[in-house]
Design a binder for this molecule. Structure first.
Ligand SMILES: NC(=O)c1ccc[n+]([C@@H]2O[C@H](COP(=O)([O-])OP(=O)(O)OC[C@H]3O[C@@H](n4cnc5c(N)ncnc54)[C@H](OP(=O)(O)O)[C@@H]3O)[C@@H](O)[C@H]2O)c1
Length: 257
């Protein structure tokens, strides 16, 4: 996720690779990025001391260790921290650092790799300017909205986990397509482009799904027959229940210690 953000920033033309330092422990895996002009290192403390904006993009279970290694370098007047770690509150980071530093949480999704992320940002401990800066960064890799921090776990379920939910729906549609006569590759392509068209109808027209569904469903027709069959099998209910469970899980990913 961190790498996708870095690449998106450069692709937007607003930032040069030379302005971005990427760290990971296995620094050899960053060789191609060094060749592309990014600064790469496994020294988090050195990277933080030279930066103004620090994006924390490690797994929740790796976070405490990371914060402990940069603790002495973080300065409230120098740094803006952006955490994309799921389930970690702004207050958790401030507590671990023992410092009132501006922290903004961001929840992108994997479509960040193709500049199509739906990113939610939140903080009650950062200024409007800081939030605007974070929005500007994530706008380079998709759409960004500001939400209240208590809704961050819900945003994780709906938008970050949501990528998998919609992908599974597309896979299921393609499997149906195979059963009614298409080869696997063409069925998948047809299902994916149809899903893209359905989403675009909502985003471009600003309409409600049921308005668009009404346009496809003729009386006694084949679409309403298929749709109702899916609903009898629990289609909407399954999606709603899955999102609710993911939201509960998303709130329990981080162990404070
Ligand atoms: N994937 C999603 O859909 C998604 C969506 C929204 C938010 N998130 C959140 O984004 C975060 C990253 O997720 P991801 O999917 O990108 O995970 P990932 O692929 O496992 O990336 C984590 C990276 O952190 C590096 N790392 C771990 N400890 C480090 C340390 N002490 N210093 C420097 N680098 C360190 C790892 O490299 P080394 O092992 O080489 O150090 C790895 O490159 C997670 O907190 C996740 O909850 C994920």
């Amino acid at each position: 996720m961190g790498l996708s953000l870095a690449k998106g920033l450069v692709k937007s033309g607003k930032y040069q690779p030379q302005q971005i330092t990427i760290t990971r422990r296995n620094v050899r895996a960053l060789t191609s990025l060094a060749e592309a002009g990014y600064q790469v290192t496994d020294d988090n403390a050195a990277a933080v001391s030279q930066a103004n904006i620090v994006v924390i993009a490690v797994l929740p279970q790796q976070l405490n260790n990371l914060l402990d290694t940069i603790k002495d370098q973080v300065k409230a007047e120098q740094h803006l921290l952006i955490s994309i770690a799921s389930g970690v509150m702004v207050q958790d980071i401030i507590n671990r650092l023992g410092l009132e530093v501006p922290v903004v949480r961001a929840m992108p999704n994997t479509a960040i790799a193709i500049q199509e992320s739906m990113t939610c940002i939140a903080s009650d401990r950062a200024s409007a300017e800081h939030l605007e800066k974070v929005k500007e960064l994530f706008d380079t890799v998709g759409e960004t909205i500001e939400i209240h921090e208590e809704l961050m776990t819900s945003a994780t379920a709906l938008c970050a986990c949501g990528i998998a939910f919609f992908l599974r729906a597309i896979r299921a549609a393609s499997q149906g397509g195979i059963e009614i006569g298409f080869h696997a590759a063409e069925a998948l392509h047809m299902a994916a482009q149809t899903a893209k068209g359905a989403a675009a109808l909502l985003l471009v027209n600003g309409s409600h799904p049921e308005n668009e569904i009404d346009k496809v469903t003729s009386p006694k027709g084949c679409t309403i027959a298929g749709l109702n069959e899916m609903e009898h099998a629990g289609f909407s209910s399954a999606l709603i229940k899955g999102i609710r469970l993911s939201s509960v899980k998303a709130g329990n990913l981080y162990v404070k210690e």
